[in-house]
Design a protein around this ligand. Sequence first.
Ligand SMILES: Nc1nc2c(ncn2[C@@H]2O[C@H](COP(=O)(O)OP(=O)(O)OP(=O)(O)O)[C@@H](O)[C@H]2O)c(=O)[nH]1
Ligand SMILES: [Mg+2]
Length: 414
Amino acid sequence: MERVLLIGVAKTNRQRWEKIDALDELAALAETAGSNVIEKILQIKSELNPATLLGKGKIIELKSLCRQHKIDLLIFEDTLTPTQMRNISEEIDIRVIDRTALILDIFAQHARSAEAKAQVELAQLEYQRTILTGFGIELSRLGGGIGTRGPGERKLEIDRRRIRERISVLNNTLSRIDKERTVQRKNRSPFYNISLAGYTNAGKSTLMNQLTSADVKVAPYLFATLDPNTKPLAITKHITVFITDTVGFIRNLPHELIASFRSTLSEIENADLILHVVDASQIDIDSKISAVEKTLEEISSNDKSVLMVFNKIDRVFEPEIIKRLKRAYNKSVFVSALTGDGIEELKSAILKSLKSQIATKTFTIPVMRGELINKIYENADIIKRTEKDNKVKLLVKGYRSALLKLAQEIKDQK
Ligand SMILES: Nc1nc2c(ncn2[C@@H]2O[C@H](COP(=O)(O)OP(=O)(O)OP(=O)(O)O)[C@@H](O)[C@H]2O)c(=O)[nH]1
Ligand SMILES: [Mg+2]
């Protein structure tokens, strides 16, 4: 296990609390990546040194601290320029990465499908490319460990020309996969499509499992899900919606990832409704909500209809918190994806939001035409059935588009 030291810099005293939270999150990320967090350091400094971010004295202090604790790797919460990374690394004589490289490393470790692997590698290479430009040297001398691992068994390319070639191969692979995804989405287009979105670890996959008895992997660490997973959910007997669970967000999600995950994120972009899943048992609810909203904006999904789903209420012990959230977010439901509490309310909220796509219709069919009657029973919810003069009259409910199709088929066969 790599022994790591985390460093954050706050420019003002006010920024301090924000940075303390950010360092806690960085620690969770570092642990998810499989490292051993030995120490967290927060420096308050209004004037940053452009060459090394930290001042000379602090660098010397860090050097002895790293020696004393046998640190293998420094991880900065702040984004470093390639020059800063090199300077700090040389002065302290240790490997240095920033939060972006750490997140990319986690994605590389968690990628399973061909799509996720290609997307992560693309993001890593784009990131690597900016660093190489700054370094003007190969990264190979940095050795292995967090920040240098590619998806699966692949080693990251380090040569500038080969990076360019590999990026073009990956782009081709991804546009092929993207086409497949578009076809699948087209097949689902007569149905109402719902996408889960939210901060990483909010409980999206747990909710997906609770709603659809899917078997999506759930984990206490960050970014467990990278691949979208779509499952049908029967809201009523014949009204099915599709739900997609997808990659989670985080504050300042590296832009390389947003760019390379465009095909995965297109599931959110094309949804009829977004369920914004929020962990209500945490203290910094609002800042996480705005981080997610900011990312939705970046993928131009901010004008979609959104239903806020406050999750993990089994761990919220103060009724005041729920009251406040109810006041602040009027379109919201409160659930525990773990215990199933509130799931029925969530389903009715979903049904309410898809109302405009649902219609009722009356069919009158001769009793003799059992096959047509069966067809109606198979495709719509029967609200009322009456029989008169050898005719069956059915009042039914279903997707407007499905009812139109049914009416056409019946007319053709009459
Ligand atoms: N107590 C409690 N724990 C929950 C609930 N929902 C999810 N969890 C836990 O929260 C952790 C994260 O759950 P996931 O479903 O993997 O979260 P996610 O949003 O899919 O996370 P990523 O895919 O990593 O972005 C797991 O340890 C779950 O068991 C809940 O309603 N109550
Ligand atoms: Mg998940």
